[in-house]
Design a protein around this ligand. Structure first.
Ligand code: FES
Length: 74
């Protein structure tokens, strides 16, 4: 079992479970309370990179499944 799992939620955020270090673009570390964190993927959160529940009311829809992992990080 991996130490960290990331679950893609239909029509919602990425749910990260496990101890991680999350930084902004300048390398500043976000303090994360608890073992789970939800990261916005709808673009609507007013508290990015965290999900604030906006996906529930902004019409975000994403339930497609990836065919395969990409071979490089873009
Ligand atoms: S995924 Fe929840 S606010 Fe964007």
């Amino acid at each position: 079992m991996p130490d960290v799992t990331i679950k893609v939620r239909d029509n919602g955020p990425y749910l990260v479970r496990g101890a991680i270090t999350l930084t902004d673009v300048e390398g500043n570390v976000f303090a994360i309370e608890g073992a789970d964190v939800a990261l916005c993927r709808c673009g609507g959160s007013q508290n990015k990179p965290f999900c604030d529940g906006s996906h529930k009311t902004n019409g975000f829809a994403a339930s497609q499944r990836a065919a395969a992992a990409p071979t490089e990080v873009l």
